[in-house]
Design a protein around this ligand. Structure first.
Ligand SMILES: Nc1ccc2ncsc2c1
Length: 245
């Protein structure tokens, strides 16, 4: 996968060089580049923002630097999808992460201030698919944190990036049987810690019982914390018995 990120804070993406993503980059599984938008701002102060037409607080990101940046990064006719993080976007979900993991090339445009001049998105839509995507309903100063979240969620789904390929399938919200269940508790050594033992079933070696226990814990946790997710799962009779307890 090819990733390009355009931002006025390129240092924000130093984390892309560590952990799983760093290894994926070193292996060549991910070809990621971070671009400083100010490289396409040509005045003496490398200005990227200005006051909003129609008045109102804050500043808006100017269209010219963005237009030149996207023209330089995404040649006409190439297969890039532009992802614009914004609080007014469609929700970013595990399903969308899975769809993005199948994309050959993602370009992320990190907005700051009150946002990017709307004509940048309009112009980009004339030559590539564009998604405006939100990671949640809270206040952030810009899109950089959202891009880190999305890049991690997407690249961990790429073949070979996760150490244990199976673990993505067991994630909360992973497509398939664990469609929308929160993960239950996990344990490791020691078997007893501060007088708190590991649930015996996990030490039993009975894989059927262990799988049942884990699903029951996920069902109970989901019913307690995110009851609205329960209906999104294909429940069998054993699940319904657990939820009725
Ligand atoms: N404030 C805010 C909230 C969500 C979000 N998602 C992508 S950028 C952004 C900014």
């Amino acid at each position: 996968m090819k990733l390009d990120i355009v931002t006025i804070f390129p240092d924000y993406f130093a984390p892309l060089d560590v952990s799983l993503l760093g290894k994926a980059r070193q292996r060549g599984d991910v070809d990621a580049h971070v671009h400083d938008l100010r490289g396409w701002a040509h005045d003496r102060h490398r200005t990227v923002d200005d006051t909003p037409y129609g008045g109102g607080p804050g500043m808006v990101m100017k269209p010219e630097p963005w237009g030149e940046a996207l023209d330089a990064i995404v040649p006409p006719g190439s297969s890039a999808r532009l992802v614009v993080p914004t609080p007014s976007g469609r929700p970013f979900t595990q399903e969308l992460a899975g769809a993005y993991a199948a994309e050959p090339w993602l370009v992320f445009a990190c907005g700051r201030y009150e946002g990017i001049d709307a004509r940048v998105i309009e112009d980009a839509r004339s030559r590539m698919p564009v998604d405006e995507v939100s990671i949640g309903d809270y206040v952030l100063a810009g899109g950089e944190s959202a891009v880190l979240v999305m890049v991690e969620a997407v690249t961990r789904l790429l073949p070979g990036v996760l150490g244990n390929a199976g673990s993505a399938a067991d994630d909360s919200f992973a497509p398939g049987r664990m469609e929308a269940l929160l993960e239950g508790p996990v344990y490791t050594k020691p078997p007893d810690w501060r007088g708190r033992p590991v649930p015996p079933v996990l030490m039993s070696g009975n894989h059927g019982a262990i799988a049942r226990w884990r699903r029951d814990e996920a069902l109970r946790r989901t019913a307690a914390i995110r009851p609205e997710l329960i209906a999104r799962n294909a429940l069998d009779d054993a699940d319904r018995r657990t939820l009725s307890e």
